[in-house]
Design a protein around this ligand. Structure first.
Ligand code: ZN
Ligand code: CA
Length: 258
């Protein structure tokens, strides 16, 4: 498919205290970051080193808060539920009404994002394409959802307070693997223009960083590494192709373009 793809988003907020019940402005700040990062309109795009500048890409995917719910009624694209549960883990309970969670809206037409305290130091997690639609989407802990650069009074925690966790998790939702392929120098991420790297990078690495000397410098500034929010600012052309293939006829996310 060619041209800009628009993804309607519904955010399900599950909160056990007022901090976790993040504001609509904080939610919108996250949508704004997604739109910058997936259109390569991010203010730090110019920090990409020359070595990688030619592959840094505009993914041509945009995100909008849903304006119509699955029943055809107007919506803000936000659902809110008060709960006594203070942490949710990673077993998808937040997606199940039977477990006190909130069921997804039709995941073939909406990107569902659950915002709830995951616990265990986990910032967010996503389901890859190909799984059950009943659990399809992205889960984020509230203190990593949104950007402190785009408002005040937000409930956010540095150095993951610039909205890049959701950029990363939506990358998984769009079929991207971690830049190091979750293995050593013999494991790839199925994208040819991201150099093989042997391990995740953390913090804010110096350039150049090279974990597998035979295969070139690590693309540490890629959204699919594990660096701090301030130190990730690009997707590659190969990642773009891999993501966008999902929207072709017969692709797992073709429902978003029909
Ligand atoms: Zn990841
Ligand atoms: Ca690669």
């Amino acid at each position: 498919v060619s041209g800009v793809i628009t993804i309607p988003v519904v955010v399900h907020v599950l909160y056990s205290n007022s901090n976790e019940n993040i504001s609509s402005a904080q939610i919108q700040s996250q949508i704004d970051v997604l739109n910058e990062d997936y259109r390569r309109l991010n203010g730090d795009a110019n920090q990409v080193p020359n070595e990688f500048a030619s592959v840094a890409s505009d993914i041509e995917v945009e995100f909008v808060m849903a304006t119509t719910d699955p029943n055809g009624n107007p919506t803000s694209g936000i659902t809110r539920k008060s709960t006594s549960r203070t942490s949710w883990g990673t077993n998808d309970d937040m997606k199940k009404t039977s477990q006190g969670g909130v069921a997804p809206w039709d995941a073939s037409r909406y990107l569902n994002m659950w915002v709830c305290n995951i616990g265990g130091g986990i910032l967010g997690y996503a389901q890859f394409p190909g799984g059950s639609l009943a659990t399809d989407g992205v889960v984020m802990s509230p203190q990593y959802f949104g950007s402190a650069d785009k408002g005040t009074g937000f409930f956010l925690s540095a150095p993951f307070n610039k909205g890049r966790t959701a950029t990363h998790e939506v990358g998984h939702w769009l079929n991207l693997r971690h830049i190091w392929g979750d293995g050593g120098c013999n494991v790839d991420d199925f994208v040819t223009d991201t150099p093989v790297s042997g391990n995740p990078n953390y913090g804010c690495p110096n350039y150049p960083t090279n974990s597998c000397s035979a295969t070139g410098n690590d693309m540490t500034m890629n959204y699919m590494d594990y660096v701090d929010d301030a130190c990730m600012y690009m997707f590659s052309a190969g990642q773009k192709n891999r993501m966008r293939a999902l929207f072709d006829t017969g692709g797992f996310r073709e429902g978003f373009v029909n």
